[in-house]
Design a protein around this ligand. Structure first.
Ligand code: OOB
Length: 552
């Protein structure tokens, strides 16, 4: 497939020999599980709708046949942007079973991001909700189609589809499988991309991450094992379902592979989640540390019966050791930390590890096939053990390149195929990794990644702005938020509110990427090689916030 970087033959051969890769498609693997666990509950929605494993099998095949009948072809790219409702899961499974490749975007993405992905991947199809809160996704679809004419088919969940668009609800009502045999569906090659995940964002333009059937199946099967999931598992997911963590680490596919059930929520408010845990006897909660903290700190937490909870899995940003301790003490369950990346690599602490290890480390490689290096960024050589360095990763479920991005790939991967994560880590005596920081230029806003360069490029388009720099600032709940330093053109003014409006209305970017603080300065500090000194800016904003806190 043009633009996809495969693993070298010798690695592919080894991964097959050891059994990491099984040459089955995601559809085949999941159908096998659905068949095996037939009547078990598989998916429960906020509105209490319940789907068994058999339901998921039948309805996803139905959608696959409909998508195929509507012209979706094998390897067609599909921008998938449905929020956390069962139709997101059914549509995902339907696309994959029709041999299409879903691009896993997030509900807040807007024309800037969606248009870009659709064009880059020459998507033929776009799947959306009719509306979500006040936002009209069908209007967005029309705008995207103008920008990316390859998009011929628009699928709409939950609500009436406009003329020319197709209602997923209507397709779900029509048992096409009684007329067309499922064996007519094309079978994609297991060594080719099955799903496109999105990069955490470090460059000016976001990247697409091709996850193959072979590597992604191994990813969730192995992850379900590492998290000890089984038929009694009830996993609550309230982070975006499309995100790698929620989909495959172990997430939806991991829990389904073991015959368990996912409770899927579109509402991450802590009181709502506490209610779901009580009502559905949730055993596993997977989320970002900010969510875990919100559950712990909720004033009415003790009004809920949380006794079913056995495990909290936290990742996406760093979990403070004190929070891990509180989870154990106050929720009475185990904690697992995960350092994960959409590019593949997963590091987990294990159930039964000493508390010191689960509290203070982000985990060890999930697979015996994983290899990693800790590299001193100044010398490019491996760091002395115990010293921090950049984490480089290679293995049976770590990509060898971004899609259609040869120039970036030359920088982001070592010559021998290691992915350079941009994270600074240190080896703990247990053999686990501790995340110490990062060298990549992004903001981790409660687990949501914002590329500084991407936002700077949008801000530079504002007529009042001469130069700017976007940096992270500390936030007690989310860990980090984005702050922008601006040098304005002579005589111009710009407020945070005006800038936000410009970014949303003119640049049409996702709202979570907006800077939440603006500092106008005369000049930006420079390093001795003449680059903007972001370290100095981060220190400056942290200091300002600290002083304001002290001053009340
Ligand atoms: C997950 O994936 P992405 O692609 O959204 O973000 C990856 C980046 C990592 O490179 C690291 O900078 C940060 O997120 N990160 C963590 C972390 N887990 C991820 N930083 C500190 N501590 C952690 N535990 O975020 C992701 C993918 C799969 C599972 C879980 C998280």
């Amino acid at each position: 497939m043009e633009g996809f970087v495969p693993w070298p033959d010798e690695f592919a051969r080894r991964y097959r020999e050891v059994g990491y890769w099984q040459d089955r498609t995601l559809g085949e693997v999941l159908d096998g599980c659905f068949e095996r666990f037939g009547p078990n509950p598989a998916l429960v929605a906020d509105d209490e709708r319940l789907f068994t494993h058999s339901d998921l099998r039948r309805l996803s095949t139905r959608l696959a046949l409909h998508f195929n009948a509507l012209g979706l072809r094998v390897y067609d790219r599909v921008v998938l942007q449905i929020h956390n409702i069962p139709e997101a899961v059914l549509t995902y499974l339907g696309i994959v079973k029709a041999g299409g490749i879903p691009i896993m975007t997030l509900p807040p993405h807007r024309e800037s991001e969606i248009g870009y992905f659709a064009k880059l991947a020459e998507a033929t199809t776009y799947a959306i909700p009719a509306r979500l809160r006040d936002f009209d996704y069908q209007a967005l679809a029309a705008a995207v189609q103008t920008e990316a004419p390859s998009v011929r088919l628009v699928l709409v969940a939950g609500g009436d589809a406009r003329p020319g668009y197709h209602s997923i609800d209507a397709l779900l009502q029509d048992p096409i499988e009684e007329r067309v045999d499922a064996s007519t569906l094309p079978r994609p090659a297991p060594e080719l991309p099955a799903v496109f995940q999105l990069s955490g964002g470090t460059t000016g333009i976001p990247k697409l991450i091709p996850r193959t059937h072979n590597d992604y199946a191994y990813n969730f099967l192995r992850n379900a094992e590492v998290c000890e999931l089984d038929e009694s598992t009830v996993l609550l997911i309230a982070i975006p379902q499309n995100h790698n963590f929620a989909l495959a680490c172990p997430g939806l596919m991991g829990v389904l592979s073991r015959g368990g059930c996912e409770i899927l929520s579109a509402n991450p408010a802590p009181d709502h989640l506490l209610g779901l845990i009580e009502r559905h006897r949730v055993t596993h909660f997977a989320g970002v540390p900010a969510m875990v903290l919100a559950l712990l700190n909720h004033p009415k937490r003790n009004d809920f019966d949380l006794s079913s909870l056995r495990l909290v899995a936290a990742g996406g940003s760093k979990l403070n050791a004190e929070v891990a301790v509180r989870v154990r003490q106050e929720l009475g369950c185990e904690v697992q930390q995960v350092l994960g990346m959409a590019e593949g690599p997963l590091y987990w602490t294990l159930i039964g590890d000493p508390e010191e290890v689960t509290n203070n480390t982000q985990g060890r490689p999930m697979s015996p096939g994983d290899e990693f290096r800790i590299v001193d960024p100044s010398t490019g050589k491996e760091s002395t053990p115990g010293e921090p360095g950049e984490l480089w990763c290679r293995g049976p479920y770590t990509i060898r390149g971004y899609y259609r991005a040869p120039e970036h790939n030359a920088k982001a991967f070592s010559e021998d195929g290691f992915y350079k994560s941009g994270d600074l880590v240190r080896l703990h005596p247990s053999g686990n990794l501790i995340v110490e920081g990062r060298i990549k230029d992004c903001i981790n806003r409660g687990g949501e990644k914002i590329s500084a360069e991407e936002i700077e490029n949008h801000i530079l388009a504002h007529p009042a702005v001469l130069i700017c720099a976007v940096v992270s600032m500390p936030d007690p709940l989310l860990g980090e938020k984005a702050c922008v330093y601006l040098v304005l053109r002579p005589g111009k003014e710009l407020t945070l509110k005006q800038l936000g409006q410009f970014l949303l209305e003119d640049r049409k970017i996702a709202k979570f990427k907006l800077p939440e603080r603006l500092e106008v300065v005369e000049a930006l500090p420079l390093t001795n090689v003449g680059k903007v000194n972001k370290k100095a800016l981060r220190e400056d904003i942290a200091e300002r916030i600290r002083r304001e806190g002290v001053g009340g």
